[in-house]
Structures are given as structure tokens and as C-alpha cells.
Ligand binder design. Structure first.
Ligand code: UD1
Length: 338
């Protein structure tokens, strides 16, 4: 069985991806420092799949320990690299911390991979690299124009991988995620934010009575109902795109592939809240607030490249996204601490 090393494997997208990898028959090694996740996520993945994960608690800035992991494990087929800081606002306030974690951490990983002749990687990027796009749906060849340190760190890491492919013939798949939401249908793992920045976790906590109201960040955008439109993608669909990416690396020449991962369908903030009300049966109080600095009116993906080249299609719609988010939230009011 091929060994896949997953950095950030106990995080939200990482843990869902571990499930899909184990179900597809891969051996999974997780490297995580629990800076933004908990060990319980790994325990749950093992229970759901009835399979074991090899775990190493290592921060990517600790290159020596990372090197030991690669030394111990041997014959790693590919790396899926999730581990990174991801809050946009925080990145504006603490750029040096963000660049150190995201860039230095990634460079350490890539150097250790090179030293151990591991030359396949799937990298977790974001639609944030497109900034405020000129047109939607966005194609992969659209202009890159990130607008904050978090986004810049993603652009830089993409470039480092593109250059590494050219110099060392690595197989590289860069996945640009749109808006990942939802949870595993078992309801046993999900997103575990203490203070959510993103819309769906916030709405979930309001529906659960943990927070009083949702502030809609602006209702004067040039969209049909005036609120921002995003391309929400079920985290299980997103996780499966990583398994397809590993298959792509096995079957194609060593090159850099870049794919959008979304559904291609956009929903407004008001549509999301209304659907959440219907599915949860809960009251969700809203107030209209000012626009959030840096937000854009609309962001949806052209997914035709991933559909064709990865043979991947999003299978879940908004109903499944919100049902699963609510199942996780209502059974885990305090996340994994519940
Ligand atoms: C955000 C990040 C993006 C990151 C993505 C996934 C920003 C500016 N962008 O995208 O870089 O890749 O998360 O983690 O932070 N909204 C409200 N009220 C809220 C929260 C959000 O109205 O309390 C609105 C936003 O204005 C937006 C939509 O909901 O229109 C989605 O917001 P969010 O979930 O934060 O995702 P993005 O801003 O698209």
C-alpha cells in the first residue's frame, strides 16, 4: 500500500481527507502540531474508517524532527500539505508570523522531501489567490492578485512548487479551494473553530444558540439580493479531490497541475442563512452590517478543468452541506470538547 504523508492531517480539511485516503486503501501518516486542531480528530478518523493512522506531533518549523519523520517512515509516495495558518484578518495583523509559519514551514518540508527523494505533492491553495476577479466563474488562468498576507503566502508557495517542478521534476498538484463547508455525514468530525471567521460556522453557532445573531456583511453588492455570492463546496467532495490528485500524480508526467475545486454554483449570504433556517428549523437572527474590508461581491469557480483532468465532480449540493454542518454542530456544541 502506498504511503501518503499528510501535514495538518488533524485539521478540518486534513481529517476529512485522511478518511478518503484510508477508504481508498492508502497508508496515512499525519504530521501535525495541534496548534489549530486536536488529537481527538485523528481518533475519530480511525474509528470511522476502522483503520490506523501513524501520527507524529511535529511543527514544520522544527526541521530536524521533520527530517526524523521522513527518515523513520521511508518510501513515502506523496505528501499532501495542509499545515498552515489561515485567518485572513489575523494575517494582516501578524504578517511575519504568517510568513514564517506558511513559507518557512513549507520550505522546510520541501527541502526534507528533496533530501529523501519524495517528489510528489498535493498542495492546499485557495481561491484567495485570485483576489477580486475580473470575471466569474473564475478559470485557473485568471490573473493572480492576492490582497493580504495569507493570500500572498499561498501565491508564494504555489510559485515555489512551480519552480521546484521545473528544477527537480516533481509531480505537483495545486488545488485552489473555493469555500469549504459541511462535515462528514457520520457527524463525528467537523470544523472546530473557537471563534469562527467564516459564514457557515458562524451561522451554525447562532442556530445552536451559542451566538446571538449573524451580521450580514453588506447588502449593497451588485448581486441579485445585494449580499455576497460564494461557491461553497462540501468538505467530503473537497477531500475526494485530493485522492483524485494522488491518482493524477501516478498516471501523468511530472508536471505542475493547477485546479479549482468548487461546485461552479454560487449562493448568496441570504440564501445560505435561509437554507440553514429551513434545514435546522431554528430561528437565526440577522442584522445588516457594513461590508467587511477586503470582501468581494462574487466568487465562483469554473471547475471544468478538474472535472476533465482529475475525473472529479462535486457530488453534494447545498442541502447536504448544510445538513452535515448542522448534524456536527447540533451534536457537538463545543466541537471536539463536547
Ligand atoms: C474567506 C477568506 C478566504 C479563505 C476562505 C476560506 C476573507 C476576506 N477571505 O473567504 O481567504 O480562503 O474564507 O477559509 O476572510 N459573511 C457575513 N457574515 C459573517 C461572515 C461572512 O456576511 O459573519 C459573508 C462574507 O461577507 C462573504 C460570505 O459571507 O460574502 C462568505 O464569507 P467567508 O465564509 O468568511 O468566506 P470568504 O470571505 O469567501
Amino acid at each position: 500500500m502506498k504511503k501518503i504523508l499528510v501535514t495538518g492531517g488533524s485539521g478540518y480539511i486534513g481529517s476529512h481527507t485522511c478518511i478518503e485516503l484510508l477508504n481508498a486503501g492508502f497508508d496515512v501518516i499525519v504530521v501535525d502540531d495541534f496548534s489549530n486542531s486536536v488529537a481527538e480528530a485523528i481518533n475519530r478518523v480511525e474509528k470511522i474508517t476502522n483503520k490506523k493512522i501513524t501520527f507524529h506531533q511535529v511543527n514544520l518549523l522544527d526541521k530536524k524532527s521533520l527530517n526524523n519523520v521522513f527518515h523513520q517512515e521511508e518510501n513515502i509516495h506523496a505528501v499532501i500539505h495542509f499545515a498552515a495558518l489561515k485567518a485572513v484578518g489575523e494575517s494582516v495583523a501578524h504578517p511575519l508570523e504568517y510568513y514564517t509559519n506558511n513559507i518557512t514551514g513549507s520550505l522546510n518540508l520541501f527541502e526534507v522531501m528533496k533530501n529523501h527523494n519524495v517528489s510528489n505533492i498535493v498542495f492546499s491553495s485557495s481561491a484567495t489567490v485570485y483576489g477580486d476577479p475580473e470575471t466569474t466563474p473564475i478559470k485557473e488562468n485568471a490573473k493572480i492578485q492576492a490582497t493580504n498576507p495569507y493570500g500572498h503566502s499561498k501565491v508564494m508557495m504555489e510559485q515555489i512548487l512551480i519552480d521546484t517542478n521545473i528544477a527537480h521534476q516533481w509531480g505537483v498538484v495545486i488545488l485552489r479551494y473555493f469555500n469549504p463547508v459541511g462535515a462528514h455525514p457520520s457527524g463525528k468530525i467537523g470544523e472546530d473553530p473557537e471563534y469562527p471567521n467564516n459564514l457557515l460556522p458562524f451561522v451554525s453557532q447562532v442556530a445552536a444558540g451559542i451566538r446571538e445573531q449573524v451580521t450580514i456583511f453588506g447588502d449593497d453588492y451588485q448581486t441579485p439580493d445585494g449580499t455576497g455570492i460564494r461557491d461553497y463546496i462540501h468538505v467530503v467532495d473537497l477531500a475526494r479531490a485530493h485522492v483524485k490528485s494522488i491518482e493524477k500524480l501516478n498516471t501523468s508526467p511530472k508536471q505542475t497541475h493547477i485546479f479549482n475545486v468548487g461546485t461552479g454554483t454560487g449562493y448568496s449570504v441570504k440564501q445560505i442563512i435561509e437554507t440553514f433556517r429551513r434545514i435546522s428549523g431554528k430561528k437565526i437572527k440577522t442584522v445588516i452590517g457594513p461590508r467587511r474590508p477586503g470582501d468581494i461581491a462574487e466568487c465562483t469557480a469554473d471547475t471544468s478543468l478538474a472535472n476533465k483532468e482529475l475525473n472529479w465532480h462535486a457530488e453534494f449540493g447545498l442541502k447536504e452541506m448544510i445538513e452535515s454542518a448542522w448534524k456536527w454542530q447540533s451534536t457537538h456544541p463545543n466541537g471536539y470538547k463536547s
